[in-house]
Design a protein around this ligand. Structure first.
Ligand SMILES: Cc1ncc(COP(=O)(O)O)c(C=O)c1O
Length: 435
C-alpha cells in the first residue's frame, strides 16, 4: 500500500481521510411479503378501521408478547399516555412525576389532561428515573409517576414500584423505547398499572404512527377503550373485549388505529423477537469491543435484573477525563464522520420551548406559574450533565448489522480514540464555521 493510501486510511474523516465504516447501515423500517399480501387483502375487503380483524388479532398477539392481560391499539404513543393516565385516575390539578430526560410527549400527555408535571432527576448512567429523586419529588398532590424505559436501559422497577405502592401512587410505564424488554422475566408495560407504547416510524415495532396501552386491570382497559372510542366501551368484558358497545360516560375522542397499521404491526411482531436477540448480541459485541479499546466510550451498565433488553438505542457513556479533556460533542462529531453516527440523548425536557406554559394563547397548557414547578430555572444535575457531557446514543438500526459491520463501528471508535489531539481542534473549527 502506498504511503498516500495508508495516510488517507488513517487520517480522520473530519480531516478528509476515508471513513472507517464502509458498509452501509441496515435499512429501517422493514416489512415482509406477509404484510404486502395482507395489506392487499385489507384494501380489497373494505374493512379499513373500527376494530377490524387485524386490530383485534394484533391486540391479542401484543398482550401475549408483553405478558399483560389486555392491550389496546391507539393512534400514537402520546394519546396512549393521556388515556392511561386518565384511566388510572389522574385528574386536573394532580401532580404527575416525569423524569427530566425523556421525549417531550411524556410530559405533554400529562399537561394536556390538566395535570401538573413535576420533573425528577435521572440516573446518570442509565438515564432512567432515579428512585431517590422520585421519592423526593412526591407531594400530597402526586397521583402518578411515569417511569420511562429510555433508549437501551430499563428503569429500576423494583424500587420505583415499591415506593409508588407505599405512597398510593399509580405507575404508568412509558415503554415507547422498549417493546419486549423484561424485568425479572416480566415485560415492560406489564409491571405497573398501565403501559404505553409508540409505533412511530423509528421505533422497533412500527406502523408509521400508532400506539398501544397495556394493562392487567379490566377497569383501566374499559376506560382507555372509551377514551379512544368516543366514549363507548364493551358492555361485558367476560363475553367480549370488543363488542357490543355501550356509552361509558367518558369524554372520549377518536384515537383509533386503522387495519393497515395493524397489518404492519402484526408483521413486525413476527420478526421482533429475533431482531431483539440480534440487537442484544450486537450490544454485547460493542460492550466487549469498547472495553478492549479502553478509551473514553463505553456501553451503559446493564442491571442484572433485566432479563431481556430491547434496544431503541444503545446508551453510551462518555468520560472526557479518559480523553485528555476532549468534549463529548467533539468526539461524537469525529465518530459520526467516520460512519458511526452517535447522537445526543433528548435535551432536558423542562428546557423544551413546548413547556413554555406561561403563555395564555393556548388555554389548556397554560398554568399559573405559582402552581407549577419553575421549569425556567430548574436544573436537574444528572439530566444536565448527561446531556452536556456524558451520554451518547447509537440508534437501534445499527444493532441489526452483521458482526463485521459492528467491527467497523469499533474500528471507527479506535481510530478516533487514537487521534484525540486532532478531534477537539476539528470540532472547534467546525463550530467557528457554523457561527
Ligand atoms: C419516550 C417516548 N414517549 C412517548 C413518545 C410519543 O410517541 P408518539 O410519537 O407515537 O406520539 C415517544 C416518541 O418518540 C417517546 O420516545
Amino acid at each position: 500500500m502506498s504511503n498516500h493510501l495508508r495516510s488517507r486510511r488513517t487520517r480522520l474523516a473530519v480531516r478528509g481521510g476515508e471513513k472507517a465504516v464502509t458498509q452501509p447501515p441496515p435499512r429501517w423500517p422493514r416489512s415482509g411479503a406477509w404484510e404486502a399480501r395482507m395489506m392487499a387483502n385489507v384494501v380489497r375487503s373494505g374493512r379499513w378501521s373500527w376494530l377490524g380483524p387485524h386490530e383485534r388479532a394484533f391486540c391479542e398477539e401484543f398482550s401475549a408478547f408483553i405478558g399483560s392481560r389486555y392491550a389496546l391499539a391507539l393512534a400514537n404513543g402520546t394519546v396512549t399516555l393521556q388515556c392511561a393516565l386518565q384511566a388510572v385516575g389522574v385528574e386536573p390539578g394532580d401532580e404527575v412525576i416525569v423524569p427530566g430526560m425523556t421525549w417531550v410527549a411524556t410530559a405533554q400527555a400529562a399537561i394536556d389532561i390538566g395535570a401538573n408535571v413535576v420533573f425528577a432527576d435521572v440516573d446518570l448512567e442509565t438515564l432512567t428515573l432515579d428512585p431517590a429523586a422520585f421519592e423526593r419529588a412526591i407531594t400530597g398532590k402526586t397521583r402518578a409517576v411515569i417511569p420511562v424505559h429510555l433508549y437501551g436501559c430499563m428503569c429500576d422497577m423494583d424500587a420505583l414500584c415499591s415506593i409508588a405502592r407505599k405512597r398510593g401512587i399509580k405507575v404508568v410505564e412509558d415503554a415507547a423505547h422498549q417493546h419486549g424488554s423484561c424485568w425479572k422475566g416480566k415485560g415492560a408495560g406489564a409491571l405497573g398499572d398501565a403501559g404505553s407504547f409508540s409505533f412511530q416510524q423509528s421505533k422497533v415495532l412500527t406502523s408509521g404512527e400508532g400506539g398501544a396501552v397495556t394493562t392487567n386491570d379490566p377497569e383501566i382497559y374499559r376506560t382507555v377503550f372509551a377514551l379512544k372510542q368516543v366514549g363507548w366501551a364493551p358492555t361485558d368484558l367476560k363475553k367480549s373485549l370488543y363488542e357490543p358497545l355501550e356509552p361509558a360516560n367518558r369524554y372520549g375522542h377518536n384515537y383509533r388505529m386503522t387495519e393497515m397499521q395493524a397489518v404492519l404491526l402484526r408483521g413486525g411482531l413476527k420478526r421482533l423477537e429475533g431482531e431483539t436477540l440480534r440487537r442484544e448480541k450486537r450490544a454485547v459485541q460493542l460492550r466487549e469491543g469498547l472495553e478492549a479499546i479502553g478509551g473514553p466510550l463505553r456501553v451503559a451498565r446493564r442491571d442484572p435484573r433485566i432479563t431481556r433488553q430491547a434496544y431503541y438505542g444503545l446508551t453510551l457513556v462518555y468520560d472526557s477525563s479518559c480523553a485528555g479533556g476532549v468534549s463529548k460533542q467533539a468526539f461524537a462529531y469525529a465518530l459520526t464522520a467516520e460512519g458511526c453516527p452517535v447522537g445526543n440523548p433528548y435535551w432536558p425536557v423542562y428546557r423544551s420551548p413546548l413547556l413554555n406554559l406561561y403563555d395564555r394563547t393556548s388555554p389548556i397548557p397554560y398554568r399559573d406559574p405559582e402552581a407549577v414547578q419553575d421549569y425556567r430555572n430548574l436544573r436537574l444535575p444528572h439530566t444536565e450533565r448527561a446531556f452536556n457531557d456524558t451520554a451518547l446514543v447509537l440508534g437501534h438500526v445499527h444493532l441489526l448489522g452483521s458482526e463485521s459491520y459492528i467491527r467497523q463501528l469499533l474500528d471507527a471508535v479506535r481510530k478516533v480514540s487514537d487521534h484525540l489531539s486532532e478531534v477537539q481542534a476539528a470540532w472547534d473549527a467546525q463550530q467557528r464555521k457554523a457561527r
